[in-house]
Design a binder for this molecule. Structure first.
Ligand code: MG
Length: 177
């Protein structure tokens, strides 16, 4: 795990829940609109598998997004995500409530965000992650900025970081052999 600082790995070890922004994190930030105004987004298949594996390993994952679209509901269902909050502009109180419902503190939560709407939550998350395509203000509050950009494996990297830091990754890989 040479790409990660010791501080980042130590924080990842304590993570008990992963929360994600959608646009610019689970996607590259592009929003497709058809003539009827129906929204489309592109998701990354390797992010998807990693999220499934993370949850199977006992770390619940979910979405907090400022926008509201059916395609996100569909993707969240496909991935079996336990948490889905859409149309949320105050992400910090929302995340705190989600954590408290599970008996967790924000110290035990990892959050990945890319823009101004994310910075309050990034500031309070135990592990704050941003993406290379993110705003400088998000980078300034992140403990780690991923190698791959949003929608291109950023979430995969974060899931692997958590699983490796917690010593769960090798067992998962072994199951595929
Ligand atoms: Mg975003």
């Amino acid at each position: 795990m040479h790409r990660f600082s010791e501080d980042t790995v130590a924080r990842a070890r304590k993570v008990r829940m992963l929360l994600l922004d959608v646009d610019g994190v689970l996607t590259d930030g592009t929003i497709f609109l058809d003539n009827n105004g129906v929204e489309g987004k592109g998701f990354n298949i390797m992010d998807g598998l990693a999220l499934t594996l993370l949850q199977k390993a006992g770390v619940p994952a979910g979405i907090i997004t400022g926008r509201d679209s059916n395609v996100v509901t569909t993707r969240a269902r496909e991935l079996g995500l336990e948490i889905l909050v859409q149309g949320c502009t105050a992400k910090l109180p929302a995340a705190r409530e989600i954590a408290e419902q599970r008996g967790l503190t924000l110290e035990q939560v990892a959050y990945v965000g890319d823009d101004l709407i994310d910075i309050a939550l990034l500031k309070h998350a135990g592990l704050a992650v941003s993406v290379p395509n993110g705003a400088p203000e998000a980078h300034a509050r992140a403990h780690h900025v991923t190698g791959p950009p949003g929608g291109r494996g950023a979430v995969r990297e974060v899931c692997e970081l958590i699983l490796k830091a917690q010593g769960k990754w090798d067992d998962i890989v072994a199951r595929y052999q």
